[in-house]
Ligand binder design. Structure first.
Ligand code: COA
Ligand code: AMP
Length: 637
């Protein structure tokens, strides 16, 4: 198929408002927009001013009304529990209405804030949609985050209610959620009124009388009573959800996603970027706690009338490296999306791709990868094993949907390994030097998006317009700063090379080294610390902590290291994957006292590095190199 990318991008450029208006017309609105885009509203402008709609209606009710009620909406496939279940759009509607009724009975209404702390179970998806139905705002907190992170979010979000499950399941380990919820509520200033708790058979929680409500019986009671709950109309500009993402400090940023623009952008993306048609099966192997889960397990596929897959398992070990192929074959998955790290894990266990040959993958059309840099080796390996296009694409929590991709639905462009291809309609990307001047093609710089951001992108940070302005809009006036560095080649292909801030990407998870430093600093013996991300074959990057101890600490240093590792796990959670830490005498700094994390990282990764002109004491870098060598963590380059 001849690619229509260039014409589509040009059509958007010629009339951006008309472009998005046309897509909006394929969705349901209880009141149409007065203005498609108002540059004077919000921090940088707002989309679909005056319109009213309901995202849940568009994800569920609309399809039932249009005759899609008998089609599968959601397939739950859980190698962790051995369960497979599916829900048609009609069945999903009944579930969502019942959860909405239970929430309403607990006092949840329009504008109220609900935190979800749930594993990959269908009830989590129903709960997200139920919040949307009521006009309540949800915030899903990933199960790998610990109590302190949950508490920070409860406070920032001013949560009225928490929906939790009794446990999550990790290979070889059952994670009891309610003790973490209890501890988070203890730590938080805001005390949510209720917790709606889904008891899983693998581990039951003890419910606190007065506060906790059993999810299953509350929902069953509403079903038995036949309670109906209509969709509450909300403004297109009202928040649908807040998703916290790592910032440079321990205080996470609450990315605000609105209802109207989000629906429009995601609906367009399913057919045009991912190339799936209504009725086809799409699978994003991620977690609902991440943006990929929000956009491409829940909202995108459902808005587009696809069947989505909710997979509770890992790419390897549940039970083997063939589990992805089994899911694709069993459920007739047409297009899949996951993080490159998952494929590195599969390749490590099954280098020849023998498992793939055991399954009928003839219906499978494409694999999309994002979340971290996709190394060409992994892409080529996946192409060989699967014999379908493997498409690297680039985006972030803030944007909510891809910024650059090779758009399968518009017809593939030539592939360039190492590049997530071209900017999509909605995005004008430029690469600027630190002074804000455009750099020539092929030159590394700061990747920025010209304002306004398209529909579906963040509109601000929750209750923090100023922080949003300062973090994202101030440095390059007129642009959104992605905090990614890279370049664009002469054909307009993007190359994403590194973050420009202290964020690291570990197993496709975005983590703040600043937050880890704050956790390390809580240890009574730690005087100073620096956390950097070092290259890792499987996970892309893993954090590594350098600690300077207080004077006169006369304890076994290995014990202190172990304590600090536990502390980070307790404070941030297992997802931090913080497993290596080393005690050093001093940290390398500039004369003005800034820790030279970048240079330390280059040394650890065996990359060429230059002695920073502003360094206070060059000898310290030799000390750091020696410590890394001593731990076998120094790559000779
Ligand atoms: N709840 C509780 N703990 C969790 C968790 C959850 N939802 N998710 C992960 N963890 C834990 C893991 O069990 C692990 O704990 P451990 O230190 O006791 O082993 C720790 O957090 C680190 O997890 P992770 O970095 O994911 O490593 P892993 O070794 O468990 O798995 C991969 C490695 C590559 C298999 C896995 O990261 C993966 O499948 N990633 C790709 C898909 C993906 O999820 N991408 C996200 C964005 S698209
Ligand atoms: P998150 O907000 O968790 O989705 O992480 C977004 C960040 O992951 C981006 O800012 C990039 O640094 C990185 N990232 C995502 N996709 C890619 C990609 N295809 N190539 C390189 N880096 C990526």
């Amino acid at each position: 198929m001849q690619s229509t990318y260039a014409q589509t991008y040009a059509a958007w450029q010629a009339d951006p408002e008309g472009f998005w208006r046309g897509i909006a017309e394929t969705l349901h609105w209880s009141r149409p927009a007065d203005t498609v885009f108002d540059a004077g509203d919000g921090v940088y402008g707002r989309w679909f001013i005056g319109a009213e709609t309901n995202t849940c209606f568009n994800c569920v009710d609309r399809h039932v009304a249009d005759g899609r009620g008998g089609q599968k909406a959601l397939i739950y496939d859980s190698p962790m529990t051995g369960k497979v279940a599916s829900f048609t759009y009609e069945e999903m509607l009944a579930e969502v209405v019942a959860v909405s009724a239970a929430l309403r009975r607990l006092g949840v209404g329009k504008g109220d804030r609900v935190i979800l702390y749930m594993p990959m179970v269908p009830e989590a998806v129903f709960s997200m949609l139920a919040c949307a139905r009521l006009g309540a705002i949800h915030s899903v907190v990933f199960g790998g985050f610990a109590a302190h992170e949950l508490a920070t979010r409860i406070d920032d979000f001013d949560a009225k209610l928490i929906i939790a499950a009794s446990c999550g399941l990790e290979p070889g380990r059952t994670v009891a959620y309610m003790p973490l919820v209890d501890h988070a509520i203890e730590l938080a200033r805001i005390k949510p009124e209720h917790c709606l708790v889904l008891q899983r058979p693998e581990l039951q929680a003890e419910l606190k009388p007065g506060r906790d409500v059993d999810f299953t019986s509350a929902v069953a009671a509403e079903k038995a009573a036949g309670t109906s709950v209509a969709c509450t109309p909300v403004k297109a500009t009202d928040p649908l959800y807040i998703l916290y993402t790592s910032g440079t400090t321990g205080q996470p940023k609450g990315v605000v996603r609105d209802n109207g623009g989000h629906m429009v952008a995601l609906k367009w993306s399913m057919e045009n970027i991912y190339g799936v048609k209504p009725g086809e099966v799409f699978w994003a192997a991620s977690d609902i706690g991440w943006v990929v889960g929000h956009s491409y397990i829940v909202y995108g596929p459902l808005l587009a009338g696809n069947t989505t897959i909710l997979f509770e398992g890992k790419p390897v070990g549940t039970p083997d490296a063939g589990t992805y192929w089994r899911v694709i074959a069993d459920h007739d998955v047409k297009v899949m999306f996951t993080a490159p790290t998952a494929f590195r894990a599969i390749r490590r266990d099954d280098p020849e791709g023998e498992f793939a040959r055991k399954y009928d993958l003839s219906g499978f059309r494409a694999l999309f990868l994002a979340g971290e840099r996709a190394d060409s080796e992994t892409i080529k390996w996946a192409e060989r094993i699967l014999d379908v296009p493997v498409i690297d694409h680039w985006w972030q929590t803030e944007t909510g949907w891809p910024v650059a991709a090779n758009p399968l639905g518009l017809g593939l462009l030539p592939v360039k390994y190492g590049s997530p291809a071209v900017p999509l309609p909605g995005y004008t990307i430029e690469v600027l030097d630190d002074e804000g001047h455009p750099v020539p093609a092929g030159t590394l710089g700061n990747i920025v998006v010209r304002l306004p951001l398209p529909p579906g992108n963040l509109v601000t940070f929750w209750n923090a317009d100023e922080r949003f302005r300062a973090a994202c809009l101030e440095e390059f006036p007129g642009y959104y700063k992605t905090a990614d560095a890279g370049y664009m080649d002469e054909d307009g292909y993007m190359f994403i090379m590194a973050r420009t801030d202290d964020i690291i990407n570990c197993a496709g998870h975005r983590l703040s080294t600043g937050a880890m430093e704050e956790a390390c600093a809580l240890h009574p013996d730690v005087a100073e610390c620096a956390v950097i991300g070092i290259a890792d074959e499987l996970k892309g990057q893993v954090p590594c902590g350098f600690l300077v101890l207080k004077n006169k600490v006369a304890r076994d240093v290995r014990e202190i290291e172990r304590e600090v590792i536990s502390l980070v796990r307790e404070e941030i959670g297992p997802v931090a994957a913080f497993k290596s830490v080393m005690i050093v005498q001093r940290l390398p700094k500039t004369r003005s006292g800034k820790i030279l994390r970048g240079t330390m990282q280059k040394i650890a990764d065996g990359l060429p590095w230059k002695m920073p002109a502003t360094i206070d004491d060059p000898v310290i870098l030799e000390e750091i190199t020696a410590v890394l060598q001593g731990r076998g963590l120094h790559h000779p380059g």
